[in-house]
Design a protein around this ligand. Structure first.
Ligand code: MN
Length: 734
């Protein structure tokens, strides 16, 4: 069985680019892995060795170095055989051993999954933490891991269904976004496709079939259009290197369809082409020529050449109306932009020592890894938090904004002028007082838009406001900015910190209805401090935030009184169980035609007999027939949101137009039911109005968010919780 001189085509591939020394290393790794995995079999019945060999082959196709290819061959050896990492080091040297060690360590996480000791979110965070750590130490570890996942996903049909689902979900949550972030676009698409095939097989095959059909139907049209483009541009002395049809990929189509709640066969029919040109200036000239030929669709032009995405993606995007009347999406780029955009960081190896590999790309890859590393190390004492925030910052869609000088800043979507200020420099953030966006005054907590030009106005003696750190308000949305703002408070003297901390705690406990100072000792105890002064100090230094305190205080008393049931359970055809709220205590069924899934907007139709059928909004089964009074607006409840606590709030305000609307909108966004609402006319000249609310609140966290956001509304003087017993106290006041 063991062939001492393997004649695998793999060696032809490796031999095509590795040096003789590296080839020897790879050959030895091949032999060791093959010998050690021996008769071990995969679930498919294939020899186990086919797996590391496949992973190594992927790597060799992208011309990774000898150490990486050898490590890919050995990546399961340390775990599954008697050979240890130390043995590998002795035989192959530290470079290979470190890579194998890195990949092996990443496995410990999935073991937790098997034992179900962690929640799905904890697993995701733990996996990402390890992946990020490994990645910043050596990006090759993650590349091996990604191809390991690709091969496992492509042979997944041999695993039990529950395990398939788990792996597929993890692939979508962790590996595909990571591949995307590293610019490995082809790999990302493959991973997403494979995961969707497992998670929604029906949708996968329908979309795949539709895309193939579309490709076939559009072929002749696209060929004609391609010829028109080539002729038109050649006439303008712009040689076209190639025109490619670029169909949408399966998972992107799936996301677009499900987001719009459309039937699964309704894929986007827009024609899509990629035009490859000689160099960047030609791309711009070609764009101008094409806009002369066909009318561009407004607001559909994007320039990712001048402003590349930080995952190495570069192209000009436009959409035009072809003379036949059909919309047409065109991307213009050079051949090397095309190549690099497909494979991202892998270009570092594929194009090593070729003209396609530019210093600019090396710098971008390094900057990406350095920024992840910096984020990882910002708060080493809180590893869980930092990884969660990195994920949020890095996986969020990015927008591009400009400084007045035209410097480009890439920020996660939703970032505010304050995030921008902190991205420039801590001091600019700390002293920020106001912002001008495109020359107009702009609120500090309002999200910026792609392309905005932002000018930050600073005050010499300014300092960060504590409000900015409040996670319930949207001043700072990036982890990086929040950390920088927090740091400012760490520089307060002990006396200042204690003074400010006490005030913050008083205000916070007032919101919860705990006004007395003696309560501070209980809060201190709850957080493990001997006395309130230590608690004040920690709060003053912004090490402990009001949100955290309130949530913990409320959590401690949340179950003191019984909660109320408000959600109903419903089962899908596949046997999954969901919770649906706002249907009272009616019996629920899911519509079999539109098959609503969590995340969809849903409506309930009350049937004769009082049962309710749950439909996606716009389900065709009742289009046209809209019997008034028989529809319910329903909502998905998360596990645990079936039960609510009735909370009474008193809000003192100076009345103004629109305030009640803003409060109602805020509660609507929180998906909170208002059980009752009362307002009292101003009782004296100052125009102050009292609003009393009874709300059905799901969790302490939600209540805190409502309190903070209500308090932040303009003209709100105070907000506080009232005891839940007895009649609404305001009744007595009239
Ligand atoms: Mn493996």
């Amino acid at each position: 069985m063991y062939d001492p001189l393997p004649q695998d085509p793999f060696f032809a591939l490796v031999g095509s680019y590795l040096s003789p020394g590296e080839r020897l290393l790879v050959r030895q790794a091949y032999e060791l892995a093959r010998r050690e995995h021996g008769d071990q079999r995969r679930k498919s019945g294939e020899p186990f060795f086919t797996h590391p060999l496949s992973v190594a082959t992927y790597l060799a196709q992208y011309r990774l170095d000898g150490a990486a290819v050898a490590a890919a061959l050995l990546h399961d050896v340390a775990e599954d055989t008697r050979v240890s990492v130390a043995d590998i080091e002795a035989q192959f040297g530290p470079a290979v051993a470190q890579l194998v060690d890195g990949v092996t360590k990443l496995k410990d996480v999935s073991k937790g999954v098997a034992q179900a000791v962690m929640t799905a979110e904890e697993i995701r965070m733990a996996s990402l933490h390890k992946l990020f750590e490994a990645m910043t130490a050596d990006v090759r570890v993650v590349i091996i891991k990604l191809f390991d996942r690709l091969h496992n996903m492509s042979t997944i049909e041999y695993l039990p269904p529950a395990k398939q689902t788990m792996k597929a979900e993890e692939t979508l949550a962790v590996y595909a976004p990571l591949a995307n972030r590293l610019g490995m676009w082809q790999l990302k698409n493959e991973l997403e496709g494979l995961a969707l095939e497992v998670l929604d097989n029906k949708a996968y095959s329908v979309i795949k079939q539709q895309l193939e059909k579309l490709r076939h139907e559009q072929r002749a049209t696209l060929d004609t259009i391609s010829q028109e483009i080539v002729a038109w541009l050649t006439q303008a002395h712009l040689p076209v290197r190639n025109v490619l049809h670029s169909p949408e990929n399966i998972y992107t189509s799936y996301q677009a369809i499900t987001k719009a709640a459309k039937p699964i066969h309704s894929i986007d029919h827009t024609l899509r082409l990629v035009v490859l040109l000689e160099d960047a200036p030609s791309c711009y000239l070609a764009l101008g020529r094409l806009h002369e030929l066909w009318r561009p669709i407004p607001h559909r032009f994007d320039d990712y050449i001048a402003v590349p995405r930080n995952n190495l993606y570069r192209a000009l995007h436009t959409a035009v109306i072809h003379s036949s009347g059909q919309p047409l999406r065109i991307r213009l780029r050079t051949v090397d932009m095309y190549e690099v955009s497909e494979i991202g960081v892998l270009a570092k190896w594929v194009y090593a020592n070729t003209p396609l590999w530019s210093k600019g790309i090396t710098q971008q890859v390094d900057a990406l890894l350095a920024s992840i590393s910096e984020e990882m190390n910002q708060e080493p004492e809180r590893p869980g938090t930092s990884v969660q925030n990195i994920v949020e910052d890095l996986f969020r869609h990015q927008i591009v904004v400009y400084s007045p000088r035209g410097d480009v800043f890439e920020l996660p979507q939703g970032a505010t002028p304050l995030d921008f200020a902190y991205a420039i420099h801590s001091e600019v953030g700390n002293h920020c007082r106001a912002a001008l966006v495109n020359d107009y005054n702009y609120p500090l907590d309002k999200p910026l838009q792609d392309g905005d030009q932002v000018r930050i106005l600073t005050a010499d003696r300014g300092h960060p406001h504590r409000q900015w750190l409040n996670e319930d308000l949207d001043y700072l949305t990036t982890h990086r900015a929040r950390t920088k703002a927090r740091r400012w408070f760490r520089r307060l003297s002990r006396i200042e910190a204690i003074e400010q901390g006490q005030k913050v705690l008083e205000e916070e406990m007032y919101l919860l209805g705990h006004a007395a100072d003696h309560f501070h000792q209980s809060v201190a105890t709850l957080f493990g401090f001997d006395n309130p002064a230590e608690l004040y100090y920690t709060i003053g230094r912004a090490e402990l935030l009001p949100v955290t305190i309130s949530v913990k205080v409320l959590a401690a008393e949340w179950h003191r009184e019984p909660l109320m049931d408000v959600g109903g359970r419903v089962r899908s055809e596949e046997g999954e169980e969901f919770i649906i709220t706002q249907a009272g205590h009616r019996r629920l069924h899911l519509c079999l035609a539109c098959r609503p899934r969590p995340g969809d907007s849903i409506m309930g139709l009350i049937r004769v007999g009082g049962n309710v059928t749950v439909h996606r909004e716009g389900c065709h089964t009742f289009r046209g027939e809209m019997p008034a009074g028989r529809f319910l607006k329903l909502a998905w409840g998360a596990e645990g949101t079936r039960q609510v606590r009735l909370v009474r709030l008193r809000v003192d305000v100076f009345d103004r137009k629109g305030l009640l609307f803003e409060m109602a909108r805020l509660l609507h966004e929180e998906n909170v039911n208002i059980k009752s609402i009362l307002t009292l006319e101003p009782h004296d000249q100052d125009g102050q109005v009292v609003i009393m609310l009874e709300l059905e609140v799901v969790s302490p966290r939600q209540l805190v968010r409502i309190l903070h956001r209500t308090q932040a509304l303009t003209n709100v003087c105070s907000v506080r919780c009232l005891p839940a017993e007895g009649p609404m106290p305001v009744m007595e006041r009239g």
